[in-house]
Design a protein around this ligand. Structure first.
Ligand code: ADP
Ligand code: ZN
Length: 729
């Protein structure tokens, strides 16, 4: 009973976006008329939170009633639908992340919730003020055309404070008026510019269009690079727009895909709504609302877009579905492609996975008929796939201290003579991965991590790629005080740039890697420069490997194919195959036959042989057989537990106790604890436990039982659980 009104209030569970697995009970004032899914504001501790009514409490505990707090109010946004709440529950159960943290991903709607801040515009309305200042003159010059401009933008553009504009309003020179809210996205037009599809493309598009609106299905759109996968799935998107339902297009790195947004605009007349981590808070709030209200018909986004609360999602597309960037490695550890399939299943809608080099998981599902395969085996316009050759570094390697073999240098020379572009690929940022003292052998290592410092010459720093530690290179060796004794070991892309400048003076070179790009805008400009032929030689990391279409690029040189093959990662072969295949696929997409040269010391490695022979299926068959034999995914399940602490002995002993507490089950193998390959990161010592089970076992449930019985981590200990790990470092 409520003492003031004498009425019984309902009690509901509200899930709050913090690291808690369960909701808290609150009293729900009748006048709010709350139902499950409503977004509400609640007090928690000393703060107010936006949360979601997760469930009615079946049997409210009357004794608790008087101690419960009231829900403050209800937020003016659409409720989280049943399927979305179900999805959040599912992801939390599967990943073992606290439910509140998964909810948090769905509520990332910008700084402020609720009705949007009113935007104020200003325009010229009266005579100039009696007293003129330089600042006032600038404002009046800006608004001289008499048009209305947003007040904050006008202040920014004129370089004055808001107070200057307020002063001009007070004097009657300017007037203030409310502006309509900015639309997040104009509606795309399905008939705007429909391309003529080839018969093969049309056949695939027809099948996709039939699946749209026909419940849950998974389709692998399996097409070689340049076959027109985008053009094909756009037809399914067009159908969705006609049916007035929403589409989500997931991309591995939306920030890099300016070309994609332009192509979408060329097909549908407008760009899609964008969702990624670099959106401004206001844009984020608008886009979130537009997705929730059904106003944004198509959202293209990075993995986090999967948690947008769409009003009526009808189709999901996962482009480059094999890309490792879909795995989130911190916070809630989830694989966006796998969770996208789950979301499609829960919401009973179709999902399309597109790739030229499907993940082994997806390939197995397609071979077993669980996923439909739609194949596009030919490049658009009759372009042939690039010719791939290996350069055996043990037989025809570069001269000492250099990294470009004579045969590759010769090919670059030829490309330049033909006025074509060349791309040199090396997945290593910086100048050199290791710096040592020639006099005493001292090596620069990170004080916080078990890693060498990478020499970044452009930034004039030695940098740790794990924790970001950076220091200028000293003049003398810290160990033996020798001067000028440092040697750079191994190549990075900056060092390649130096070699290219010596080999081809006067050529226009662009070096691209994530640490050199200062902003998404700058990156988009650089990609456009390549597209427009303003660059002769591109030197880049995997940043340039993904999805771009460079018409003048005919030669690809892979500097070190062995890089990815060496470590003990069970997915090393798959990942190297996909990456190199994708990089090679950048060549010869528009004119002439492309060529890819792969520098390696292992020309007989199955990955290299498959690339040279262009025999994708042989690679998959061998890889699938190996996984099946070893009970690796998708034939078994894996989970990893990383235990870390500043104190090494503490981390190790806790890891041992944890492993000892594993419930006995003959089907489950617990391996370790073992010191992690990168044993020290940011000053924390790391130990790993790897858990393997058959596919049919619910490994998440097993882990939950295990952790419930295990000793709780104390203060300094951290326990990270990763289901379906992609990284084994
Ligand atoms: P993929 O995604 O399979 O690598 P894309 O969809 O990027 O292939 O297509 C490669 C290139 O071919 C793009 O520039 C695209 O515009 C062009 N293209 C593909 N299909 C057609 C078509 N039917 N008509 C005109 N251009 C096409
Ligand atoms: Zn470090």
């Amino acid at each position: 009973m409520d003492r003031e009104t004498g009425m019984t209030k309902r009690i509901v569970d509200v899930l709050v976006p913090v690291a808690l697995d369960h909701g808290y009970s609150y009293r729900a004032p009748d006048e709010l008329r709350l139902t499950a899914g409503d977004l509400v504001r609640v007090p928690l501790g000393s703060r107010a939170y936006a949360g979601v009514v997760w469930a009615d409490q079946a049997q409210p505990d009357q004794r608790l009633d008087n101690r419960l707090k009231d829900i403050t109010d209800r937020l003016d946004v659409p409720p989280l639908r049943d399927d979305m709440r179900h999805f959040i529950d599912w992801v939390a159960d599967y990943t073992l992340a606290p439910r509140g943290m998964v909810l948090r991903m769905a509520l990332r709607m910008g700084e402020h919730l609720g009705p949007e801040r009113l935007r104020i515009g200003v325009r010229l309305a009266g005579p100039p003020p009696a007293r003129m200042t330089a600042a006032r003159t600038r404002v009046l010059a800006l608004l001289a055309d008499g048009l209305t401009q947003s007040k904050s933008e006008a202040a920014e553009e004129a370089g004055v404070s808001a107070g200057v504009i307020d002063g001009l309003i007070d004097e009657g020179t300017l007037e203030a008026l409310p502006l309509p809210p900015e639309p997040a996205a104009r509606p795309p037009d399905p008939g705007f510019c429909r391309p003529d599809l080839t018969p093969a493309q049309q056949a695939a598009a027809d099948v996709l269009q039939q699946r749209v609106g026909a419940g849950y299905s998974v389709t692998l759109l399996d097409g070689v690079t340049g076959s027109g996968k985008t053009a094909v799935y756009f037809e399914a998107v067009a159908e969705m727009i006609r049916q007035n339902r929403q589409t989500l297009i997931l991309m591995p790195e939306i920030a890099l895909t300016a070309q994609f947004l332009d192509r979408f605009a060329a097909r549908f007349g407008v760009r899609p709504a964008e969702w990624h981590s670099e959106l401004s808070p206001r844009k984020r709030a608008r886009t979130w609302q537009a997705a929730a209200a059904g106003e944004a018909q198509v959202v293209a986004g990075a993995r986090s877009a999967l948690f947008l609360p769409f009003a009526d999602l009808g189709l999901i597309i996962v482009d480059e579905e094999h890309d490792p960037a879909y795995k989130q490695e911190d916070g809630v550890r989830y694989h966006a492609r796998d969770m996208a399939v789950v979301r499609a299943n829960i919401s009973k809608i179709p999902i399309v996975l597109a790739s030229a080099t499907p993940s082994v998981e997806t390939e197995v599902n397609a071979r077993r008929g669980r996923y439909h395969r739609l194949a596009l085996p030919e490049r658009f316009g009759g372009q042939t796939l690039p010719m791939v050759e290996a350069i055996d570094l043990t037989a025809e390697g570069p001269p000492r201290g250099r990294f470009i073999a004579p045969r590759l240098a010769e090919a670059v020379k030829l490309a330049l003579e033909r006025k074509q572009q060349a791309l040199l690929f090396l997945n290593r940022r910086g100048f050199a991965p290791l710096t040592l003292c020639r006099a005493c052998g001292y090596r620069f290592g990170c004080p916080n991590c078990s890693a060498w410092l990478v020499d970044h010459r452009f930034r004039r720093r030695l940098v740790c790629h794990h924790c970001g530690f950076a220091m200028p290179r000293p003049d003398a060796c810290p160990q033996c005080q020798a001067l000028d004794s440092f040697a750079a070991c191994g190549p990075g892309i900056e060092r390649l740039a130096e070699e290219i400048a010596t080999l081809f003076p006067g050529s226009r070179v662009l070096v691209m890697s994530s640490d050199l790009v200062t902003s998404v805008e700058r990156l988009r400009d650089e990609l456009r420069e390549i597209e427009d032929g303003l660059v002769d030689i591109v030197i880049g990391t995997q940043l340039v490997a993904k999805g771009h279409h460079f018409p003048k690029l005919n030669l690809v040189g892979i500097i070190d194919a062995d890089l990815g093959l060496a470590n003990g990662d069970p997915r090393a072969a798959e990942r190297t195959f996909q990456l190199l295949h994708q990089v090679a696929g950048r060549a010869g997409r528009a004119e002439g036959r492309g060529e890819a040269l792969i520098q390696t010391t292992q020309p007989d490695h199955p990955v290299i042989r498959a690339l040279v022979a262009g025999d994708r299926d042989a690679f998959y068959s061998a890889e699938i057989a190996a996984r099946e034999k070893d009970h690796y995914p998708p034939f078994g399940r894996l989970a990893s537990l990383v235990i870390s602490a500043r104190d090494r002995a503490l981390a190790e002993s806790h890891a041992r106790k944890l492993a000892a507490a594993a419930p006995r089950d003959d089907r489950v193998r617990v391996l370790g604890p073992a010191e992690a390959p990168i044993a020290l990161v940011r000053g924390r010592h790391r130990f790993r436990i790897l858990v393997r089970s058959p596919r049919a076992l619910d490994l998440s449930a097993y882990l939950r039982r295990w952790l419930a019985a295990a000793p709780a981590p104390t203060r300094d200990l951290k326990r990270e659980i990763d289901i379906d790990p992609m990284s084994f470092l």
